[in-house]
Design a protein around this ligand. Structure first.
Ligand SMILES: Nc1ncnc2c1ncn2[C@@H]1O[C@H](COP(=O)(O)OP(=O)(O)OP(=O)(O)O)[C@@H](O)[C@H]1O
Ligand SMILES: [Mg+2]
Length: 397
């Protein structure tokens, strides 16, 4: 009997040992899996106690601070290199998560030991550790690559706008040289005649005044052309928003495209604009928008019998509406949805880049306004609708 009992006891001990071994193996496996997960996951992860001291950090987290899990354990954020103010913020945020039990998510920007500035999307949450204490768990994803890609995209877009402006400027330059020469020749001629009148024994005051007025008018025309040129030739995305008379804006812009329209034998009509009607805007950008729209209109009617473009301004107490209408055949329904997409063009490669409307839409949006095709108009009509005063938030965009 004793031998039997001893055998049974021996068997149960073996079974118990085998069970324990299996449990230990299982525990080890899941620990290995957890550590592998922490090592290979493309995120930083940590656990901190309620005093802000690290209990665990994963390898990527440790690398960001040029350390190891062991090197970071028991230290606080400040002790491992967080800037003072960020460390204090982290501590306060930890306390909030611990006391409310609500997780927090935010983007954090910080410089690491390698000098790299990185943006993180960080999530923190309360969890219970093995001893039953409530601690803070957190993971963060490195958004730097995405932020950088967005910056690069913005930069590329700025470059495109610049290139587009240069191309437009090149096209205009030839016609404008001619347009500048004309008034200059008139100024030169009238000034000479004026000298002759002044040198004559009897002064013909009336004619002298007339010549003086012509010279002044020609000089003003030159000022408009030069102002318009200045608008298209430089980067304007950092220009301040300033009040600008709408009449002057339209005149300067029209002065720029007048030579091209003259060559194409296109009539440009503008309506009477109240001289005190003003817009808070980046004049160079709005001028660019109008030039794009007028240039599109001119292209559309190039081969039409009846060739006119009208720029019509109307205003309410809070907004200004500029309608650019042309005598062209209109825009086919099936492409209307696409015309504002970058690079959409129906023009030959050497003529259109397909950027005009997309850039214009962005510029108008930066003014808190809209650019749209008026589908109800009997003629092709683009409407630029702008608030007269842009609110601060919109200016920043
Ligand atoms: N007034 C218009 N009449 C008819 N079609 C137009 C008019 N304005 C724009 N479109 C159509 O919209 C397309 C896109 O215009 P957008 O100004 O963006 O580019 P684009 O004029 O083709 O090229 P870019 O402006 O770069 O020289 C044009 O190719 C044309 O098909
Ligand atoms: Mg265009």
């Amino acid at each position: 009997v004793t031998a039997q009992v001893a055998q049974r006891i021996g068997q149960s001990i073996d079974a118990a040992n085998a069970g324990r071994d299996a449990a230990v193996r299982d525990a080890r496996r899941s620990e290995q899996t957890f550590l592998s997960y922490m090592e290979h996951g493309p995120f930083t992860a940590f656990i901190r106690d309620s005093n802000g001291r690290y209990i665990y950090v994963n390898p990527l987290f440790a690398r960001m601070y040029n350390s190891t899990n062991e090197g970071i354990r028991h230290k606080t954020s400040r002790e491992i290199g967080f800037p003072e103010d960020l460390a204090a913020e982290v501590m306060a945020d930890d306390q909030r998560v611990l006391s409310t039990g609500v997780s927090s998510a935010r983007t954090v920007e910080m410089q690491h030991f390698d000098g790299c500035q990185r943006q993180w999307f960080a999530v923190k949450f309360p969890l219970i550790d093995a001893s039953g204490a409530t601690v803070i768990g957190g993971v963060a994803l490195d958004l730097s690559a995405r932020v950088q890609a967005e910056k690069a995209k913005e930069e590329a877009q700025n470059q495109l706008v610049k290139a587009y402006k240069l191309a437009a400027l090149g096209e205009m330059a030839g016609n404008i040289a001619h347009e500048i020469n004309n008034p200059l020749a008139i100024i030169d001629g009238k000034a000479k005649q004026l000298c002759e009148i002044l040198a004559a024994p009897t002064l013909d005051t009336k004619t002298a005044i007339k010549f003086g007025e012509t010279i002044s008018a020609m000089a003003l025309r030159l000022v408009k052309i030069v102002n318009g040129l200045r608008n298209v030739s430089r980067a304007s995305n950092n220009d301040p928003f300033t009040p600008k008379a709408v009449a002057a804006l339209i005149e300067e812009t029209v002065a720029l495209c007048a030579p091209k329209l003259k060559v194409m034998d296109i009539e440009l009509k503008t309506n009477e604009i109240a001289p005190d009607l003003a817009l808070t805007c980046r004049p160079a950008e709005l001028s660019q928008v109008l030039l794009n729209l007028i240039s599109n209109a001119a292209d559309a009617i190039e081969n039409q019998e009846d060739r006119w473009i009208s720029v019509d301004v109307s205003a309410s107490a809070t907004s200004v509406r500029i309608r650019i209408v042309d005598s062209g055949p209109g825009i086919p329904k099936e492409i209307r949805g696409k015309i504002c997409e970058p690079f959409f063009t129906t023009k030959p490669v050497d003529k259109g880049t397909g950027l005009g409307l997309s850039i214009s839409t962005q510029l108008v949006a930066a003014h808190g306004g809209t650019l749209a095709l008026d589908e109800l108009s009997p003629h092709t009509c683009f409407v630029v609708h702008l608030p007269r005063h842009v609110s601060h938030g919109e200016k920043a965009s």
